[in-house]
Design a protein around this ligand. Structure first.
Ligand code: ADE
Length: 425
C-alpha cells in the first residue's frame, strides 16, 4: 500500500528557534496588558469555538500574543505573513512548537512562496480573516468566490488595506462585513503615529547606524504615519522636510513647523528619504537623477512600490549589499544611492516593527473586532464598519489603567451642561 503523504502543518525557517521565540514573546507580552486581559476573558467565554480563522499579519512577538489570545478563545487559527520581509522566524517557530498554531511564514520568502501561503490560508476555509493590507481578502474575492459563503467577516489592520476595501465596496465585490480596525482611535492615533514614528527610525538606525542629528530627512506623506516619522526625526535633531499631495495636510505640516515642498525640490537636498504615502512611485526616475551622492531611501508604507526600484536598477552599474538590509546602487552617473530594506517596510525589515505597548491597543481592537463579528453575524450586512465607540473607549480605559494614569470624570453639573443647548451668552 502506498502511504499518502501527510501535508506539513506549517512552513517556517527553523523549528529549533522556538525557545528564543518564547523568551521574546514573553518579553513583549509584559507591555501588552490589555490584550492579556482580553485573552483571559476569551479563555473563559470561548467566543470562537467552532470558528476557523486566518490571520495575515506581520509575524512578530506582538502578533504572537494576538494569535495566542484568539486560540485561547477557541479559534482554529492559522497565521501567515503579511509581508515577505517582516517575519520573525523565532516567533513563527515558537507558535508552531509551543502553541500548536500552524504558521506559514519565513523571513525573506519570495513572492511565489508568499502567494502560496495565502492559498494555504484560504485552504483552511476561514470564517474570519484578519488581514493586514487586504491580500487574503483580495485573493478570496478574485479566486475563491465559492468560499465567500463561509465568511462571517474580515478585520483590516492598516490604511492601505482600508483603501483597498473601499475600492472593493465601490466595485460591488465586497459582499461581507469588514471591520475597520485601522481607524479606531486607539489604533491609528498610537500605532500609526507613535509606532511608525519610532519603529521607522529604529529600522533606519539599525540598518545604517547613521546619526540623524543635522541630516536633512524627507518624509513623503503627512498622514498619521508621516506625522509620527517627522515628529520623531525632528526629536533626534534631523532637519525635516515634508512632501504632500493633500493641501490640508500640507498646511498642517507647515504649521507643525516643517518645510514643505515638492519631491522634485526635496530630492536635491535630502540625505535620507522615507516614504509613507500608500501610493506608487513617490520617489521615481526624475528624483533619483538629482539626488545627492550617498542619499539613503527607504519606505515605511505597506507595499514596496512607493520607491520605483525598477527604474533605479536600470540606472545602476552595480548593486551591492553593504550591510544587512542596506544596498548601495552605484549609478551610471557616478553617484550612488543607498536603498534600505529593499524598499519594503523598513521598520519590520530591519527592526522589530512597532513596540508592544502600541500593538497592545491595535491587537486589542483586532481581538474585539473578531468577537464583534461573531456576536453580530446575523445582523451585519456587507459593508465596512467602524469599531464601535464603546469598544474603543473600553480599550483606552484599560490602557490608561495599566499605565497607572487616572483622569477626571464629569460632575453632574458638567454632564447636564454638555447635554443642553439652552445656556448661551
Ligand atoms: N505592524 C507594525 N508593527 C507591528 C508589530 N510589531 N507586529 C505586528 N504588526 C505590526
Amino acid at each position: 500500500m502506498v502511504a499518502t503523504p501527510i501535508k506539513k502543518k506549517y512552513d517556517i525557517k527553523d523549528i529549533s528557534l522556538a525557545s528564543k521565540g518564547q523568551q521574546r514573546i514573553e518579553w513583549a507580552a509584559r507591555e501588552m496588558p490589555v490584550l492579556k486581559q482580553i485573552q483571559k476573558r476569551f479563555a473563559q467565554e470561548k467566543p470562537f469555538d467552532g470558528i476557523r480563522l486566518v490571520a495575515c499579519c506581520h509575524v512578530t512577538t506582538e502578533t504572537a500574543s494576538l494569535a495566542i489570545a484568539l486560540k485561547a478563545g477557541g479559534a482554529d487559527a492559522v497565521l501567515i505573513a503579511s509581508n515577505p520581509l517582516s517575519t520573525q522566524d523565532d516567533v513563527a517557530a515558537c507558535l508552531v512548537a509551543n502553541y500548536a498554531i500552524p504558521v506559514y511564514a519565513i523571513k525573506g520568502e519570495d513572492n511565489e512562496t508568499y502567494n502560496r501561503h495565502v492559498q494555504i490560508a484560504l485552504d483552511h476555509k476561514p470564517n474570519i480573516i484578519i488581514d493586514d493590507g487586504s491580500d487574503v481578502v483580495a485573493t478570496l474575492i478574485k479566486e475563491r468566490q465559492h468560499q465567500i459563503s463561509d465568511i462571517i467577516g474580515t478585520t483590516e489592520e492598516t490604511t492601505t488595506g482600508i483603501v483597498r476595501l473601499i475600492a472593493m465596496l465601490n466595485d460591488g465585490v465586497l459582499t461581507f462585513p469588514a471591520m475597520n480596525v485601522n481607524d479606531a482611535d486607539t489604533k491609528h492615533f498610537f500605532d500609526n503615529r507613535y509606532g511608525t514614528g519610532q519603529s521607522t527610525l529604529d529600522g533606519i538606525i539599525r540598518a545604517t547606524n547613521v546619526l540623524l542629528a543635522g541630516k536633512v530627512l524627507v518624509v513623503a506623506g503627512y498622514g498619521w504615519c508621516g506625522k509620527g516619522v517627522a515628529m520623531r526625526a525632528r526629536g533626534l535633531g534631523a532637519n525635516v522636510i515634508v512632501t504632500e499631495i493633500d493641501p490640508v495636510k500640507g498646511i498642517e505640516a507647515a504649521m507643525d513647523g516643517f518645510r514643505v515642498m515638492p519631491m522634485t525640490e526635496a530630492a536635491t537636498c535630502g540625505d535620507i528619504f522615507v516614504t509613507v504615502t500608500g501610493n506608487k512611485h513617490v520617489i521615481r526616475t526624475e528624483h533619483f537623477d538629482v539626488m545627492k551622492d550617498g542619499a539613503m531611501i527607504c519606505n515605511s508604507g505597506h507595499f514596496d512600490l512607493e520607491i520605483d526600484l525598477q527604474s533605479l536598477r536600470a540606472k545602476a552599474r552595480e548593486v551591492k549589499e553593504v550591510r544587512n538590509f542596506t544596498q548601495k546602487y552605484a549609478l551610471l552617473n557616478g553617484k550612488s544611492i543607498i536603498v534600505l530594506g529593499e524598499g519594503r517596510l523598513i521598520n519590520l525589515a530591519a527592526a522589530e516593527g512597532h513596540p508592544s505597548a502600541v500593538m497592545d491597543m491595535s491587537f486589542a481592537n483586532q481581538a474585539l473586532a473578531c468577537e464583534y463579528l461573531v456576536k453580530n453575524r446575523e445582523k451585519l450586512k456587507p459593508g465596512i464598519y467602524k469599531i464601535p465607540k464603546e469598544l474603543d473607549q473600553d480599550i483606552a480605559t484599560l490602557k490608561l489603567k495599566a499605565m497607572g494614569i487616572t483622569i477626571d470624570t464629569l460632575t453632574a453639573e458638567q454632564t447636564q451642561y454638555i447635554n443642553s443647548w439652552t445656556v448661551g451668552t
